[in-house]
Write a new protein. Sequence first.
Length: 69
Amino acid sequence: MQPTLSYATAVVALVVATFASIAGGAVGGIAVGGKALGNELAAMLGGFYGPLAGVAGIAIGLMVLAMIG
């Protein structure tokens, strides 16, 4: 029986999730602090801090999927 979550799939999911969390953090930063800080600085800070939660969440999710499958 072939495993449902291969190493290549996990790496691709981690890379895609990292880029998505960077983009989401930038958009969220603009929405929250765009007026106060300026859109460019708010996007830069959001893009920097967005992956902190995104990568941790996807890593935990991948570990759970690996244990289930």
